[in-house]
Write a protein that binds this ligand. Structure first.
Ligand SMILES: Cc1cc2nc3c(=O)[nH]c(=O)nc-3n(C[C@H](O)[C@H](O)[C@H](O)COP(=O)(O)O)c2cc1C
Length: 378
């Protein structure tokens, strides 16, 4: 449905990966290659999908992860996502590149909200944003560390999605061919807000005047562990680092005093040769599960995928595209529909796995590909 409603360029921005999409495909094949080992004759009539995350109870083992274009696919799409998350009883994460101000989302979205931080050219500007996030009342700050340089998304280049944005004949035709999006989303921004979508949460200091604004909006490739320590001092609430794939980096995060990590390859959107998060999860779990909350993402599409992640030691699973397709198709109702499909699948898979609660999921509920052809698959 989102594909029909959105322009080709915007849909592919949401749907496709970087370079040859090897990482994106590997995320899926790695999940598919892990098998579930069901147990039988347990009374599973009363199944409970709740978990506790950072000391708080939530209804499903899911988080809506940050996705920049949410506000482009639907008018104020971030509010739609936050409301859908709240109704489903799970946290929502606002991306740094959202199109609605963090204060508006905090007051209208409801529920548990986290803020994702990208650091642009100026580290001091990022620290000003952190103070604003604190004042706005977000419960967790999530620092994304897997994209110090921009990704090589050739589909976007081919589709004319470039930075700084510019109007092209091809893009205009694509928009005219998708009037529901053109009028319902872009037109609504212009009519209701008086301008095209902006990035109200990106703080650009005075010294970067409008002429060198684009010079400011480049990812900061100087960040180091010192920055994480500084962030830990400045942010008293839950601090999460997103984009960890190496167990030693997970240990360093714990040493810096963060509360949690997201084991992620950014849905295969950054480094096309990166390993799938699910493939490194067991090593990371054995390295830091006693010190950190561990969330995993990238490629999770079905309830059975979520159970695999939990059985391998993750505390929760974050999703990006599933709810982004939902909001792009039908706003809050679409995002809620995506969540209810996942919820029903989690519930159903728990039944066929012989489980009544998610705490009892353990490594012996899964068989890794390396064990599949051996006689001891346990
Ligand atoms: C279109 C798109 C935009 C994204 N934007 C952001 C972002 O702004 N910040 C960020 O930290 N991660 C971003 N991500 C990564 C997601 O937070 C998440 O790691 C990933 O989507 C999970 O994989 P999945 O889409 O297969 O569920 C984005 C992902 C997609 C697909």
């Amino acid at each position: 449905m989102a594909k029909r409603r959105l322009t080709k360029a915007l849909f592919e921005f949401c749907d496709r990966g970087s370079e040859d999409e090897v990482a994106m495909k590997n995320n899926r094949s790695a999940l598919d290659s892990i098998k579930l080992m069901p147990r039988i004759l347990n009374d599973v009539s009363d199944r409970n999908t709740e978990i506790r995350l950072f000391g708080k109870k939530q209804s499903l083992p899911l988080i809506i992860g940050p996705t920049g274009p949410a506000g482009f696919v639907w008018y104020r799409g971030e509010i739609a996502l936050a409301k859908a998350a709240n109704n489903a009883g799970i946290p929502f994460t606002l991306s740094s590149t959202g199109n609605t101000s963090m204060e508006t989302i905090k007051s209208l979205g409801g529920g548990t909200q986290w803020y994702q931080l990208y650091v642009w050219r100026d580290i001091e500007a990022a620290m000003v944003t952190v103070e604003r996030v604190l004042d706005a009342g977000f419960e967790a700050l999530l620092l994304t560390v897997d994209s110090p340089t921009y990704n090589n998304r050739e589909f976007d280049t081919r589709n004319g999605i470039v930075f700084p944005p510019r109007i092209t004949i091809r893009g205009s035709i694509d928009s005219l061919l998708h009037p529901r999006w053109l009028i319902g989303t872009l037109g609504r921004y212009v009519l209701a807000d008086g301008h095209m979508p902006k990035f109200p949460n990106v703080y650009i200091p005075e010294k970067y005047s409008s002429t060198n604004k684009n010079n400011f909006l480049v990812r900061n490739d100087t960040l180091s562990w010192d920055f994480l320590k500084r962030l830990r001092e400045a942010w008293p609430r839950t601090l999460i680092v997103k984009g960890i794939l190496h167990p030693e980096d997970a240990i360093r995060c714990a040493d810096c005093g963060v509360d949690g990590i997201i084991v992620s390859n950014h849905a295969g959107n950054t480094n096309d040769a990166a390993i799938a998060p699910i493939q490194v999860l067991p090593t990371i779990v054995s390295a830091v599960s006693d010190r950190l909350t561990i969330i995993v993402d990238s490629g999770f599409r079905r309830g059975s995928d979520v159970l695999k992640g939990l059985a391998m030691g993750a505390d929760a699973v974050a999703i990006g595209r599933a709810t982004l397709y939902g909001v792009g198709a039908a706003g809050e109702a679409g995002a809620s529909r995506a969540l209810s499909i996942l919820s029903a699948e989690i519930h159903r898979t728990m039944g066929v796995m012989g489980l009544t609660n998610l705490n009892s999921l353990a490594p012996d509920h899964i068989v890794l590909p390396s064990k599949l052809n051996s006689s001891d698959c346990m």
